[in-house]
Unconditional design. Structure first.
Length: 240
């Protein structure tokens, strides 16, 4: 029943955005390159669950693809119709995304910027304004099941099963299964090693050491308490 209701709701949203889709295609045929960006700016202002569904319906008909159950949050902007969003991917509020391929099950927090490289504007010539110099737009992919932390800036591809720390700056491609943090970001560990390898053993050893330290501290506190009850000076506390 729930699936049926969701299907009906998606169909209704498709009907609602149908005029916008038709106008967008007419604008594109007339050579208006910013048509997609303009419509997404308008749709980004629609709040709540209905806004999410309407954005999904529009993207499904106009972009490079928008998979099942994908979520695009309030205020998120797309600069190019070539963007592709995988199934069950989540994009938070107020993000800015270029011509990017977002694979399935990706999590993108709020206020994240994903751009097509750092060479979008030429800077070689001083006699020509930067806005008039040709740049290079690099393909960027966010791999399956990766998580991009809040306010991160991504200018290179991120592999599958990766975690990018909040506020990080990605300037170089991040390999699969890696955790990267910092400005500029650097890889700090491999998620596979943490779960199955030597690092897991190190974590166990650290936990045992912490437990041992806590037990020693509790023993010392008990000794101090006994001496106080007996009226003895603390310096006469026997060693455990």
């Amino acid at each position: 029943m729930r699936r049926l209701l969701k299907t009906i709701c998606n169909c209704l949203c498709g009907l609602v955005v149908a005029p916008a889709v038709v106008l967008f295609r007419l604008q594109s045929q007339m050579g208006q390159r910013d048509a997609f960006c303009g419509w997404m700016q308008f749709l980004s202002l629609l709040p709540g669950r209905m806004g999410v569904l309407l954005r999904h319906a529009f993207l499904r008909c106009t972009s490079g693809g928008c998979g099942k159950d994908a979520h695009v949050g309030f205020g998120t902007l797309f600069s190019h119709a070539g963007v592709s969003i995988g199934a069950r991917s989540y994009i938070g509020n107020a993000c800015s995304i270029g011509e990017v391929t977002i694979e399935d099950d990706v999590l993108i927090a709020s206020h994240v910027s994903i751009m097509n490289g750092c060479q979008q504007h030429g800077t070689e010539r001083l006699d020509v304004p930067i806005r008039e110099q040709a740049g290079v737009y690099l393909p960027v992919t966010i791999g399956q099941n990766s998580w991009i932390g809040e306010r991160a800036i991504v200018a290179a591809s991120v592999g599958r099963h990766c975690i990018i720390g909040a506020g990080s700056l990605i300037l170089k491609p991040v390999p699969d299964f890696c955790v990267a943090v910092g400005v500029p970001a650097r890889v700090v560990r491999d998620r596979r090693v943490t779960v199955h390898g030597p690092m897991a053993e190190s974590d166990d050893t650290l936990e045992e050491q912490i437990v041992s330290d806590v037990e020693i501290t509790i023993g010392e506190m008990n000794s101090v308490g006994r001496l106080r009850n007996e009226g003895l000076p603390l310096k006469d506390c026997p060693a455990d």
